[in-house]
Design a protein around this ligand. Structure first.
Ligand code: ADP
Ligand code: MG
Length: 687
């Protein structure tokens, strides 16, 4: 076995207990140590005297703990620990939150380094949550120059990982083989992997750190990009597809609509029509914020397919949504002679068989449905256009299965989750992207407020008044990641609470993912008809649901949701003529959650929100990459490294134009690396 793949326990000083701690930060093998990059560096050549430090400055000081740690309870759940530290010139406090172990580590008399941000005020100098290092005798020599600072977990201190990475480099550095193709290295002026790994941990200068970083960022993005393209066979779909003809009937339909298409809608429709009229198979992603009017675009495209004698299919992730599309399609297209049907899991066997038969013999022109559409038993007579709505819920494989039911049908993917430009570039490198960046006129901006729990009664009183005015209210229960069962329970509890408190005078409904399809539909229909005035729900209402009379959305524990998700939820209101409100009830204490909620207050633009979400939480959180099987980005940042990403994409194109499956000898090491990094469940990656 390659030595680098061995357990980190083979390293001197690492026993089972340490190994367990290390595992918590993702270090299992010796190689993992090399790829556990420092989260930051301290330049200790620039040490300061305490007396000279300025407010808000990042500094390193050297001193000793001159007293006992003071422990204070600020409020429930928040304790601070103040460590008094002195040097020759003055005194400062190192301040930590909820870190009881600090009392054991920073004992009176210890000599230490502190590195962090300075707060001056009230006659004190404080350094908030600093990095610290206890100076032990002669080890002080290591301190000079640029020192790596690693992410820690309970049970580990900086020294542990610093020593470990140092040892691993000493022992194994020379055995690390280069895995990027020689040409790639040359074309992009990358440093060798040995140099990169050495200097990312122990840079000999600021410049060598930069060189090392560039290489590692480049490599990480290259692996992600080539990997994705490998999976998706990017270079495989210049297939010939259906050619749909222009017909005046499409324009007649557009003119008969009760509204005028927005400029953005017209532009996107034109892009779609051009694709449909060309010989090449269409692969287009339509991104448009909630309410931007994607459905009508899909229906027009389906109509065009019908006019050309082809069948079309529209797949949605939930029954509720599929039914909503069905109504819209029937209303618009049936008077024009188009036969539209629904195919979903809850349809009775007999009826289903009938539908399957008419699909196969071509009597049904357009079928709308859920996952039920991709079952083996579904055959089409002549499928020409495949549309999936809210695609991020479907995997590549599902999309492909659906397409394979026709002969190279055109494919349209619609999403209301605005995907940041950078991510779209990576993920949809193979799709053309259309953006509907304009809402239909006359929409009122949804007013968004973030409040803490103390304002809860005020909020619900406000909701009561709106209901009395005839409006309806959504209340979203806290998101529970671990289990749909617990989530259903939390919605249930909230429902029980509201029924006997704030909303006791109104009809109130409950909707969650554990309910049967028909139960959900019934509740949703009652809400649509106004029979239910307040609807308590989990995120099942996230996608697409349209009830114009609903004017308030209250989201409990909003800090648990992703911003993009909050934005989706918020899009359920503001669909009618009424001024609408979104209230985020935030129980989160940390500044980051406040900052995130503030973004929601400030903008209604889904693209800005998505970018911010990506920036604040990283792409992993954003896409749930791990659950999608994508490799984790350890050093690359899709925000900061946009320029490098472009360079990477050029390189990936060059590589794969020559060798589209990376099967050539010279590319094999890279390919192995890709296989290694991507999860086994790669086939199901949802893109
Ligand atoms: P989404 O993009 O979120 O799927 P929908 O397609 O559900 O949005 O459209 C939201 C609402 O806006 C629907 O009631 C639809 O009929 C209406 N709508 C769509 N386009 C226009 C337009 N150009 N002018 C006015 N209303 C429109
Ligand atoms: Mg929609």
């Amino acid at each position: 076995m390659n030595d680098l793949k061995k357990s980190v326990q083979f390293m001197k000083g690492i026993g089972p207990k340490r190994a367990k701690y290390l595992e918590k930060i993702g270090i299992i093998s010796i190689e993992d140590v090399l790829y556990a990059f420092p989260r930051e560096y301290e330049d200790r050549s620039k040490m300061k005297n305490i007396i000279d430090v300025k407010n808000d400055e990042q500094i390193t000081i050297k001193g000793y703990v001159c007293g006992n740690v003071e422990e204070k309870s600020i409020r429930k759940g928040l304790k601070i620990y103040k460590v008094p530290v002195k040097d020759r010139t003055a005194m400062t406090y190192a301040v930590f939150y909820n870190s009881p172990f600090i009392k054991k580590v920073l004992k009176k008399g210890e000599r230490i380094y502190l590195h962090g941000k300075v707060k001056r005020g009230f006659g004190q100098i404080q350094i908030l949550h600093p990095n610290y290092e206890v100076i032990e005798g002669k080890e002080e020599t290591m301190i000079n120059g640029i020192v790596p600072i690693y992410s820690l977990t309970h049970g580990l201190i900086q020294k542990d990982i610093q020593n470990l990475s140092n040892h691993v480099l000493e022992l194994y550095e020379k055995t690390i083989e280069e895995y990027l193709p020689y040409d790639t290295i040359k074309r992009n002026r990358l440093c060798h992997i040995q140099y990169a790994l050495h200097n990312i941990h122990y840079p000999s200068s600021v410049k060598s750190l930069k060189i090392a970083k560039f290489r590692l960022v480049f490599e990480e993005l290259l692996i992600l990009q080539t990997g994705l393209w490998l999976i998706k066979n990017k270079f495989n779909h210049n297939k010939e597809g259906v050619v749909f003809n222009k017909t005046p009937k499409v324009n007649e339909l557009i003119h008969s609509l009760p509204f005028q298409l927005t400029n953005a809608q017209s532009k996107v429709l034109k892009e779609i029509e051009e694709n449909m009229e060309s010989k090449k198979v269409m692969n287009r992603l339509v991104q448009g914020d909630v309410g931007s009017g994607k459905t009508i675009i899909a229906l027009i495209a389906l109509y065009k397919a019908y006019l050309n004698g082809y069948q079309g299919v529209l797949m949605a992730p939930t029954e509720i949504l599929a039914e909503q599309h069905l109504y819209a399609a029937k209303e618009l297209l049936e008077p024009l002679g188009v036969k539209v049907e629904l195919l979903s899991g809850s349809i009775k066997k007999k009826k289903k068989e009938e539908i399957l038969r008419s699909l196969e013999n071509g009597e049904i022109h357009i079928v709308i449905g859920t996952h039920a559409l991709i079952q083996e038993s579904v055959y089409f007579h002549k499928l020409g256009l495949v549309i999936t709505d809210e695609q991020h819920r479907f995997g590549v494989r599902q999309r492909r299965t659906l397409s394979s039911k026709g002969v190279n049908p055109d494919v349209l993917v619609m999403t209301a989750t605005p995907i940041p430009r950078t991510l779209a570039l990576i993920l949809y490198g193979d799709l053309d992207v259309s953006i509907i960046d304009e809402l239909p006129p006359g929409r009122k901006k949804i007013k968004t407020y973030c409040v803490d729990e103390k304002k809860r009664s005020k909020i619900y009183n406000f909701a009561k008044r709106e209901i009395e005015l005839g409006r309806q209210v959504y209340i979203v229960a806290p998101l529970v990641e671990e289990s749909e069962n617990i989530e259903a329970k939390s919605a249930q509890e909230l429902y029980e609470e509201l029924k006997v408190t704030y909303l006791k005078d109104f009809t109130i409904g409950l909707l969650h993912g554990k309910m049967k399809g028909y139960e959900k539909d019934e509740i949703m229909n009652q809400f649509k008809e106004g029979k239910i005035q307040a609807l308590v729900s989990t995120t099942v209402i996230e996608v697409g649901v349209n009830v114009p009379n609903a004017s308030i959305m209250i989201i409990e524990n909003s800090e648990r949701f992703g911003l993009a998700q909050l934005h989706q939820l918020r899009g359920r209101v503001g669909r009618g003529e009424y001024q609408s409100y979104c209230v985020l009830v935030n129980y989160g204490k940390n500044p980051l959650s406040k900052e995130r909620m503030k973004i929601m207050e400030e903008t209604n633009n889904g693209f800005i929100i998505a970018e911010k979400d990506l920036e604040l939480r990283g792409p992993g959180e954003f896409f749930g990459t791990r659950q999608h099987g994508l490799p984790e980005l350890k050093i690359a940042n899709l925000f900061k490294h946009m320029k490098i990403l472009k360079q990477v994409q050029n390189e990936a194109k060059v590589l794969m134009n020559e060798d589209k499956t990376l099967a050539l000898e010279k590319n094999l090491m890279l390919k192995n690396r890709i296989m290694d990094q991507f999860d086994k469940s790669i086939e199901q990656i949802s893109l």
